[in-house]
Ligand binder design. Structure first.
Ligand code: FEO
Length: 164
């Protein structure tokens, strides 16, 4: 079984992943309310991936004989001014998630918890992809600037994202 401090940190990460899902659902709803259905679909896929991440942490705790302890999930913001501000927040949020995963890995290394290190490596790799995808989309939105036509084109492109 992992040490108590690792189980606590893994439980906190379930909460953080569920918050990420909440955040992206809220962003998706906001994009849909602006009639950007492609960005809304992209964010909806992202929200569902976060639920899958929470589930991975849940299963890891169970598989290792730890106790899952669930707390309240913070409410996310519900309004953003624009698609650009939504994706600025997505990019910033993913950088924060990466920092959290790295702190968890540091703790697992310190505790010589090899099973948790092996488990977390998937998330270390996943965060490289998550940061790259969100920052690439943000850069394209910034390049477009005030051109509504180009933003609608990008909305259509973003809507092609498939669930993994
Ligand atoms: Fe669960 Fe977006 O990282």
């Amino acid at each position: 079984m992992p040490k108590d401090n690792i189980v606590k940190a893994l439980n906190e990460q379930i909460n953080a992943e569920l918050y990420s899902a909440y955040l992206y659902y809220s962003m998706s709803a906001c994009a849909a309310s602006m009639n950007f259905n492609g960005f809304a679909a992209w964010l909806h896929v992202q929200a569902r991936e976060e639920l899958a991440h929470a589930d991975k942490f849940y299963m890891h705790i169970i598989d290792r004989g730890g106790i899952v302890t669930l707390g309240p999930v913070q409410a996310p913001p519900s309004k953003w001014e624009s698609i650009r501000t939504i994706f600025e927040d997505v990019s910033r949020h993913e950088q924060e998630v990466t920092a959290r995963i790295h702190r968890l890995m540091d703790a697992a290394i310190q505790e010589k918890d090899h099973a948790t290190q092996a488990f977390l490596q998937w998330f270390v790799n996943e965060q490289v992809e998550e940061e790259r995808n969100s920052s690439a989309l943000l850069e394209r939105i910034r390049m477009i600037g005030a051109s509504v036509g180009n933003l609608l084109y990008l909305d259509k492109e973003a809507g092609k994202r498939k669930a993994e």
